[in-house]
Design a protein. Structure first.
Length: 268
């Protein structure tokens, strides 16, 4: 028995519109887009590359984590900043990191940054944006320092500097103003720090501290909590009150657990 293959339709597909409308009329709420918050940046300098990220993890309007790590290990010569859904960025980078390790063992040489970029973009394109991972990949290989921006649908950009996440516009304004070719190491670090802080102060989804990774030929330096622009000051007054400050009007103790004795269970 042969099956007939239909030619794929081009353009938009509205086949499920009536179904979704029917489900919505029955009271089923349709899924909504989730807004995530992050500021991640990367910049190439004279002898390497600097990656930076904030450390706030959000869950809708709640700050879920104040000091999370958004710069993920891929290989000894490359790291990857992640924005979007935290689980997607973490497990995507972990999966590609294991593939790069197998690639190094198979070839006997250091993996190139373009290899990691290809692995990442192929995986994200396969899931058509349903894996919410926006990534900034930076590394140093035989071709020198490389920086790639990888979008959740699999498209990529190769740029000398870049930003992603909800605070990317504020961070990009700093780069557009102050970036130049052949930056010195400390100049690049200061530029990345200021760019991430611009995202922290101008975007509610970004916050807490600034993490920085410097990748150069043969080495990588991790500066965890390099800057802490949001440290809390000591309270100006003590809010501890002595026992008895508030009077107890009445006290009632109730036993809410009732224990009844029953017949023993037959286990013969």
């Amino acid at each position: 028995m042969t099956q007939r293959l239909e030619k794929p339709k081009g353009g938009f597909n509205f086949d499920n519109y009536q179904r979704n409308l029917f489900l919505e009329q029955k009271g089923l709420s349709l899924p909504k887009a989730i807004s995530t918050g992050t500021t991640i940046v990367g910049v190439i300098f004279k002898d390497g590359i600097v990656l930076g990220a904030d450390t706030r993890a959000t869950e809708d309007t709640i700050v879920a984590e104040k000091n999370c790590k958004k710069i993920h290990y891929l290989a000894p010569n490359m790291y990857c900043c992640g924005a979007g859904t935290a689980a997607d960025t973490e497990f995507t980078t972990a999966l590609i990191s294991s593939k790069l390790e197998l690639h190094r063992l198979n070839t006997g040489r250091e993996a190139r940054v373009t290899t990691a970029m290809t692995f990442l973009k192929q995986m994200l394109f396969r899931y058509q944006g349903n894996v919410g991972a926006a990534l900034i990949l930076g590394g140093f290989d035989v071709n020198g320092p490389s920086l790639f921006l990888i979008h959740p649908h699999g498209s990529t950009d190769k740029t000398p500097y870049g930003t992603m996440g909800s605070g990317s516009l504020a961070a990009m304004s700093v780069f557009e103003t102050r970036w130049r070719k052949n930056l010195e190491r400390q100049e690049a670090i200061d530029l990345v720090k200021d760019a991430v802080e611009a995202g922290i102060f101008n975007d509610l989804g970004s916050g807490s501290n600034v993490d920085i990774n410097i990748i150069e030929r043969g080495r990588c330096e991790i500066l965890r909590n390099y800057a802490k622009p949001n440290e809390r000051d000591e309270k100006q007054a003590s809010y501890k009150y002595p026992r008895g400050t508030t009077s107890i009007l009445k006290e009632s103790i109730r036993n809410l657990v009732l224990v009844t004795e029953g017949e023993a269970m037959d286990i013969s």
